[in-house]
Design a protein around this ligand. Structure first.
Ligand SMILES: Cc1cc2nc3c(=O)[nH]c(=O)nc-3n(C[C@H](O)[C@H](O)[C@H](O)COP(=O)(O)O)c2cc1C
Length: 411
């Protein structure tokens, strides 16, 4: 019988059927191969008990992390930052409209909710008073009059990319706030925007160490003469990993990173759990005094608070030595802070959250009569105006944020 379909069309149909059969065959063969691999392997119990389909569990678990924020999670549900907070930061960074419609999505009946008391006759814009910069380290040779109460917290070059550091540096200059280098040393990218810099000294003393890994006075003095560097911060600990140092694997130590940090290229580099030269209150105050003497600039400490009796001991010793010996500032980091990589138990369960620790440290500082001498800087998920204002009310003189600025960068 003669075909009803013209010759060329029949040829195309034949070709498509052949391709389809071939693909089904390849698919079937692939399933058989995966089945054999799964049933014979000994590393993964799920795949061994449920060959082929067991693989979807891993796939969906991995994809879920990315998709639930779009489809399933409510506005205020996620951790460490929820959608409402993230959107606030990205919209504020874009300079766009940051208003929302149809009422608050926050559950205001939860215990611990922060309320501000409004006044019946708010200040008019025309009556607004300009604030004076707050001075840090008034007894130093070069005190710092900090123009902004909201600043960028420590994130190293290496943890953040070159364009990210460049953008933060330029943004900080535009906003008139400081940029903390993090413990990875001072890169040329931090300096690009010509903003105020806080140089952080981590336990490996990156960027300010000699060949043996000790604090180098020569390097310190050179940094002290740079007008862009306004203060030095000794990192005792940070919220995400209290009491934990780290290893920078040799593969990440490029020639550039090696030069910035002052370590040999291509070799593993260890950050000890604490500064080897700071094991007592006395040694801490000695180190602060030394760095201040060499650089002439304010020197403070960063720590996450757990036990706080040592703060009383520190202030007692300060009073014996004289008020000049006090740290010029204390940065209190929340126990649930962020970082590049940290063990989950340390992030979750070690160190007090900022809500607890900030008023505690402020009270200790007041009890010792050091409120005007020692400035208090707070960090830990303080990225919305209400969170920042709450921290200022709870005793902070300054607030710094890290991850909020990562959102602003598009992270
Ligand atoms: C990518 C990244 C790198 C960080 N690197 C450092 C660092 O080098 N030194 C440090 O003291 N803190 C570091 N932190 C912690 C932050 O400075 C900050 O204390 C912590 O993230 C809490 O603030 P946040 O809630 O605003 O992020 C880092 C945080 C992030 C997210």
């Amino acid at each position: 019988m003669e075909s009803l379909v013209p010759g060329p069309v029949a040829a195309v149909l034949d070709f498509m059927v052949t391709i389809f059969v071939l693909m089904v065959g390849i698919g079937f063969a692939a399933v058989v191969v995966i089945f054999i691999i799964d049933i014979t392997q000994h590393r993964d119990a799920i795949r061994r008990n449920y060959p082929v389909v067991g693989r979807f569990r891993t796939l969906f678990t991995n994809l879920g992390e990315f998709f639930r924020q779009y489809f399933f999670a409510m506005d205020r549900e996620e951790m460490p930052f929820n959608r409402a907070e993230r959107q606030w930061a990205t919209r504020a960074a874009a300079g766009g409209d940051n208003t929302v419609a149809f009422g608050s999505t926050k559950n205001l009946s939860l215990a611990g909710t922060l309320y501000f008391v409004n006044c019946p006759f708010p200040t008019l814009d025309t009556d607004r008073a300009e604030t004076e910069p707050m001075v840090i380290g008034p007894t130093c040779r070069k005190p710092y009059a900090a123009p902004s109460f909201f600043n960028i917290s420590g994130m190293s070059y290496g943890a953040l990319s070159k364009p990210a550091i460049q953008a933060l540096s330029r943004g900080a200059a535009m906003a008139g706030c400081w940029l903390n280098t993090g413990e990875g040393g001072l890169s040329p990218f931090h300096l690009e925007g010509d903003c105020d810099i806080v140089f952080q000294i981590g336990t490996a003393k990156y960027g300010v160490r000699d060949g043996d890994g000790n604090l180098s006075d020569e390097r310190l003095a050179a940094l002290g003469t740079d007008n862009r560097i306004k203060m030095f911060e000794i990192k005792l600990s940070q919220g995400a990993k209290p009491g934990k140092g780290g290893i920078l694997p040799g593969i990440k130590v490029s020639e550039e990173i090696a030069a910035i940090r002052g370590i040999p290229a291509g070799q593993d580099s260890i950050s000890p759990n604490r500064h080897p030269d700071i094991g007592t209150i006395g040694e801490l105050l000695d180190r602060i005094a030394h760095i201040r003497a060499v650089t002439g600039k304010p020197v403070g400490i960063k720590c996450v608070i757990g036990a706080y009796g040592w703060l009383d001991a520190m202030f007692d010793e300060v009073k014996q030595r004289g008020e000049d010996s006090a740290p010029d500032f204390i940065t209190v980091d929340s126990g649930d802070g962020g970082t590049g990589a940290a063990p989950l138990p340390l992030m979750d369960n070690v160190g007090l959250p900022i809500r607890e620790s900030l008023p505690t440290v402020d009270n200790i500082r007041k009890r010792h009569g050091m409120k005007q001498r020692v400035r208090l800087i707070a960090s830990g998920k303080l990225i919305t105006p209400s969170a920042v204002a709450g921290a200022l009310c709870a005793g902070a003189d300054f607030v710094v944020a890290a991850r909020g600025f990562m959102f602003a960068l598009g992270c």
